[in-house]
Design a protein around this ligand. Structure first.
Ligand SMILES: CC(C)(COP(=O)(O)OP(=O)(O)OC[C@H]1O[C@@H](n2cnc3c(N)ncnc32)[C@H](O)[C@@H]1OP(=O)(O)O)[C@@H](O)C(=O)NCCC(=O)NCCS
Length: 265
């Protein structure tokens, strides 16, 4: 496949090769409308009276999906509009699973063949401030999950670890909801393991477990990938850091791996 448009290389290069990802900046509305037109779709009637922000986010997400589909299915692919179902879940072309996110100035999408993977979820978030992380921490992650911030190469800050758990759980939810149509809360999805790539903790792999029925003990395991990418020169010269996650349901995961490293077969 050709290069993954707009996605941090540290994320794109670590994903299985048969997952296609793309991202697109949430730019001015006129530019997004033109780019969408070239990909064969336009704003749905239901969003014609939506606020500018919603229209731009929708278009940047769908444009990302359009490019990700072209990478997966071939450059001649023109799937037109990816409409949403009654639960807001995108309806992908036959034989495709995928997910869309928009946040922190970007649309982001991933797609893959449905005969390879059951479910795929993505999320992009701005890394929150330490104050926000402190305020919201108890709602999103427990002490065991926070302890995953200690890494082999310096670890993550509490704000980074909070944002990572938040984003990974949102990605897992988006991978699972289309399959089970079940609403899950943050405590229903547990981040079990984080494995930073050698030399940095700012990208790596994750393992998650989602509890679908607590009483019956029904759960499903997911693998995930993350990358934190910062650009300088944001507001008042401060670095703007974004956290990107992908979660996958349906990969064989070696949970018995003795070294604690997440192993993806
Ligand atoms: C669905 C949800 C996760 C979306 O997250 P978000 O941060 O608000 O928004 P994002 O930009 O990342 O993603 C939005 C996109 O997700 C997709 N989406 C919406 N609902 C979805 C669902 N139930 N399942 C899968 N994808 C969904 C859509 O493509 C949407 O974009 P669009 O409306 O432009 O098509 C969130 O709105 C939600 O319903 N949360 C409740 C459950 C939850 O968060 N539990 C805690 C984690 S387990």
């Amino acid at each position: 496949m050709s290069a993954a448009r707009g996605v941090p290389p540290s994320l794109a290069e670590s994903l299985p090769r048969d997952i296609s990802v793309a991202a697109h900046e949430i730019g001015p509305l006129e530019k997004l409308v033109e780019e969408a037109r070239q990909l064969g779709f336009s704003l749905p009637a239901a969003l014609e009276s939506a606020i500018d922000k919603r229209q731009r986010e929708y278009l940047a997400g769908r444009i990302s999906a359009g490019y990700a589909l072209k990478r997966l299915l071939g450059p001649a692919t023109s799937e037109g509009e990816i409409v949403a179902d009654d639960d807001d879940v995108p309806r992908w072309p036959e034989g495709v699973v995928g997910s869309i996110s928009h946040g922190a100035g970007f649309g982001f999408a991933a797609v893959a063949a449905a005969d390879r993977y059951r479910g795929l979820g993505v999320d992009v978030e701005r890394v929150v401030s330490p104050e926000q992380a402190g305020r919201l921490r108890a709602r999103v992650l427990n002490d065991r999950e926070m302890s995953l911030r200690q890494g082999s190469a310096g670890g993550l800050t509490e704000a980074e670890m909070f944002t990572l758990a938040f984003s990974a759980k949102e990605s897992a939810y988006k991978a699972l909801f289309p399959l089970y149509r079940q609403v899950l809360g943050f405590s229903d999805v547990e981040l079990e393991c984080r494995d930073g790539v050698a030399g940095t903790d700012h990208s790596g792999r994750l393992r998650l477990r989602a509890t679908l029925d607590r009483e019956a003990g029904v759960h499903t395991d997911l693998v995930g990938w993350y990358a934190i990418a910062c650009d300088s020169g944001g507001v008042e010269g401060a670095a703007a850091c974004r956290l990107w996650t992908v979660a996958l349901d349906g990969l064989a995961v070696d949970l018995a791996s003795s070294d604690g490293i997440i192993s993806v077969k």
